[in-house]
Design a protein around this ligand. Sequence first.
Ligand code: ADE
Length: 244
Amino acid sequence: MNFHIMTLFPEMIEQGLSTSILGRARDKGLIDFEAVNIRDYSGDLKHHKVDDYTYGGGAGMLMQAQPIYDCYKAIEAGIGDRKSRVIYVTPQGSVFTQQMAADFAKEDDLIFLCGHYEGVDERVLEEIVTDYVSIGDYVLTGGELPAMVMIDAISRLVPGVLNNDESAMTESFGNGLLEYPQYSRPEEWMGKKVPAILLSGDHKKVDEWRLEQSLLRTKERRPELYEKWIIENPPKPKKKRNNK
Ligand code: ADE
């Protein structure tokens, strides 16, 4: 998976994505990032300006269409024949979910556009963007952090990035529920004991307990996810005993 990030702050992306699991995955060649500076495509060779005032008035500056478009064209030319999805990270987009991460993880290349200032000239968005995505209903100062959030969530679904394939499957949202509580040594800490069932060695009972805990936790913390899960997984009718 190759991530191409159009940004005014490439060093922020490079630093943010080069450590820990993503850094290791990059070293292994499983994923790659290319942070491309939009400023390098400014038509203003003296000051490398990329923003200007908004027609119709209003506070703040807008990112201009041409540098973004030229930056996109350069990335597209580097990718070759394949048409890539272009994600504009914006609070005006659909809210990012685990399902969207899984969907994006199937692509070979993804292009991100990180906005700044008051926004981006609409015409270039119409021309290049395929997906408008937000990370939540709050406003950040720029698109770099949201892009990194999405890249992290997508990368860990790329096969081989996580050591233990299972961890991507069983954790929160993998089955539409929040993850169950987990415990490590010691068996007792600050007077709190690890639930006995986890020490029993009975895998079936452990699985049942974990599902029950996931349901309880989801009901309490994310009731809307719980309702959805219940509708999609109605309790199985109990088999009637044949008394004849
Ligand atoms: N840019 C600024 N705020 C954002 C958000 N919440 N999601 C995506 N991009 C953003």
